[in-house]
Design a protein around this ligand. Structure first.
Ligand SMILES: Cc1cc2nc3c(=O)[nH]c(=O)nc-3n(C[C@H](O)[C@H](O)[C@H](O)COP(=O)(O)O)c2cc1C
Length: 669
């Protein structure tokens, strides 16, 4: 039996020297004389994890301590509001008043005790805050609303109000210095208030705070000066080096501003990009290769005399980060999601164990948790992120024989956690490869990193010496033969017969999962002659369409609802939606039903126009709905020992649900 990892697809797509110890990243670094133990900075990341008045919680402290233990040079916590009017999340961290102090002090002390250093990023969300969250009308340099944060019309700040906000920044800086932070960071990025004043896109003022570059710099520099005057710890700046919106800031504008920041005593600049209106520049998705912002980091570094410069953008791909630091492109790298996905990423890297790391797949579900579900910013692939205490795999009271049926994400995560707890685990998988439907999800162009979620699990099962029996169909008989104490059923969803449509049973008609399975075996399977009709615009339908487009086919994507990818989160779907909106070879037919499938066309009816239409289709791919799969549970009946079902066999859902359920069940047995 070959190892599970060997039989899954290859390693993380970045060229990995599995034994590298990433020497450049583990040189000490300096910010205004403060020595940091590595060149890796944890990038600020809102987690929506405080109380409604901005007070740190124990879960937050646990989160930071878990990362402080592992070689991070500086933990830059999150955008921390200095003014209730500029609050951006219901449970955002606050430095707006003294009541936050006792818990902040406890947080700083806990991070220091764990060997870490810490900064808070003082922020005012400006036009990107919402009345719904803050209870106030947003304020901004000019009344330019931001559709991406709800389209609230902001009120133009008066000069007196600007001065009061400068004071608020200084007071918050003093407060957090009192709590013991090592460094104060200023949030000048993401389209927030300081960024909005600098930008000609959002600053339309005609007074001394608008118009010329000098005037637009005035407010951010006043904040810098006020904070520098209020505290004695170093002050760093997160700069939006490229806004990536039409008419917005580019490095041509922000490089001279960076030089100005240095003259005003800023001790380090982190070059970021994007605003809420260009969110994929801020949080590059898996479709964008790691290191996409290195060029702007280099441009900012070239603009300053001697202060260190950092940049960000999927640099949890440490291979890329190492190269950037070794070549002196930037002095530090800022990693947000990479440390979210694995708090011990850096220790594993330093010890030459990078293959043991759970690598961020840049799926952006953390953002979807935050912005779409309005929960804490959980991680799709690491269920323990933000739940460190609950998900610690403590040794089982009694080691039991655990049979896991199915080596998809739910089964493999359950097997991993059960093995870590000391259970004797065996995994049986019906197919010849592990990974389940994730292997099909990664076939979409640009989405290969999606599969890293299960490649990690496969590597871990190897490392933990969990036997994985591939090509093994589990029956009640096999369960009786193996005699486990616990059976975990993670057999995946089942595919029911498609809804009857006239003409379904023709040779040129297939279903999406058969198509994807063929493609796994033969990368050229999507090629062919003539247009294709894809019937069903959920995520799987979109994936299939993108694969066909990539193979040079013309596609008609037909969906009865009025939107595509309705079963997927919004930000994670953005690159796919862009593709489908702009690719010349796809036509999307929403609110359209298929009445019949002919030999070379499909007959449709569009609700919007009340029109029947014949759409040419040399091939037709039907996207079936998936269903729960209780078959083996029913077959095992009462004869089986303790049985738990997990993942898609309970109810077809997303990767994160499968992994979460796998971990939860394994922690209970
Ligand atoms: C959930 C989430 C929350 C974020 N919150 C902040 C924030 O509070 N302040 C900030 O400057 N950037 C924030 N960012 C941007 C990150 O700091 C980082 O620049 C970006 O995610 C790219 O780095 P990464 O690829 O390592 O995640 C956030 C990103 C994510 C994914």
């Amino acid at each position: 039996m070959g190892s599970a990892a060997d039989r899954s697809t290859a390693t993380y797509p970045v060229d990995t020297d599995a034994n590298s110890t990433f020497e450049a990243l583990f040189q000490p670094g300096f910010i205004a004389g403060i020595e940091l133990r590595s060149r890796v900075l944890m990038a600020p990341m809102e987690k929506n994890l405080c109380t409604s008045t901005g007070v740190v919680t124990q879960r937050y402290i646990d989160y930071l301590v878990a990362r402080a233990r592992h070689e991070v040079g500086l933990l830059r916590v999150e955008a921390t509001y200095v003014d209730p009017v500029g609050k951006g999340r219901p449970f955002q961290l606050g430095a707006q008043a003294d009541h936050v102090l006792p818990e902040l002090e406890r947080m700083v002390a806990a991070v220091h005790d764990a060997g870490g250093r810490l900064s808070l990023e003082l922020a005012h969300c400006g036009r990107q805050s919402s009345s719904q969250i803050s209870g106030f009308q947003p304020v901004a340099p000019s009344p330019v609303p931001c559709e991406a944060s709800g389209g609230w019309m902001p009120r133009e700040l008066t000069v007196t109000e600007i001065a009061a906000i400068v004071e608020r920044f200084a007071a918050a800086a003093q407060r957090i210095e009192k709590a013991g932070v090592d460094i104060v960071e200023i949030h000048g990025a993401s389209g927030y208030l300081l960024n909005a004043f600098l930008s000609p896109y959002t600053n339309l003022r005609e007074d001394e705070y608008g118009g010329s570059f000098e005037n637009r710099m005035r407010f951010p520099l006043e904040v810098v000066d006020a904070i520098r005057g209020a505290v004695s710890v170093p002050v760093t700046y997160r700069l939006d080096a490229e806004e990536c919106v039409p008419g917005g800031l580019t490095v041509a504008d922000t490089a001279p501003f960076a030089a100005e920041l240095e003259r005003h005593g800023i001790a380090m600049i982190d070059a970021a990009a994007g605003t809420y209106e260009a969110i994929l520049a801020t949080q590059p998705p898996m479709e964008v290769p790691p290191g996409s912002l290195l060029e702007i980091g280099a441009a900012i570094k070239a603009a300053v005399e001697s202060i260190p410069v950092a940049t960000t953008g999927r640099l949890g791909a440490l291979e890329v980060a190492e190269d950037a630091v070794a070549r002196g492109v930037v002095d530090f790298v800022s990693i947000a999601r990479g440390l979210h996905a694995d708090p011990a990423l850096l220790t594993k890297a330093k010890e030459g164990r990078i293959r043991e790391a759970r690598r961020c797949i840049a799926c952006a579900e953390c953002v979807a948790f935050l912005s779409e579900k309005e929960t804490a910013a959980y991680c799709a692939i690491n269920p323990a992120a933000i739940r460190e205490a609950e998900f610690e795999p403590r040794p089982a009271v009694e080691a039991r024989r655990v049979l896991v049926v199915g080596a998809g994400p739910a089964g493999m995560e359950a097997a991993r956690v059960a093995a870590l707890r000391g259970h004797e685990v065996t995994v049986c998988e019906r197919e010849e490869r592990v990974g389940g439907r994730v292997r099909q999800g990664e076939l979409a162009p640009g989405r290969r990193d999606f599969g890293e979620s299960v490649r990690f699990l496969a590597r871990e099962l190897d490392r933990l010496e969990v036997p994985v029996r591939l090509g093994t169909e589990v029956t009640a008989g096999l369960v009786a033969e193996l005699g486990p104490d616990v059976v975990l059923l993670a057999t995946g969803a089942t595919q029911p017969e498609p809804k009857p449509i006239a003409g379904l049973d023709q040779e040129h008609v297939t279903d999406a999962f058969t198509f994807l399975r063929r493609l796994e075996a033969d990368p050229d399977a999507a090629r062919g002659e003539g247009p294709v009709a894809v019937l069903g615009g959920n995520w799987v339908g979109c994936v299939v369409t993108s694969i066909l487009l990539d193979a040079g086919r013309k596609v008609a994507l037909i969906e009865t609802r009025d939107e595509l990818a309705y079963d997927f989160s919004m930000q994670p779907a953005m690159p796919m939606m862009d593709l489908l909106a702009n690719h010349p070879d796809v036509t999307v037919h929403l609110r359209t039903t298929v009445e019949a499938i002919g030999a070379g066309e499909v007959e449709t009816w569009a609700a919007a126009t009340d029109q029947a239409q014949s759409i040419p289709a040399a091939e037709v791919i039907v996207v079936p709905a998936l269903e729960a799969n209780p078959t083996l549970r029913d077959e095992l009946g009462d004869a089986a020992p303790e049985v738990h079902m997990l993942g898609d066999c309970v109810k077809p859902r997303k990767l994160q649900d499968a992994i979460l359920e796998g971990a939860e069940v394994a922690l209970r047995i």
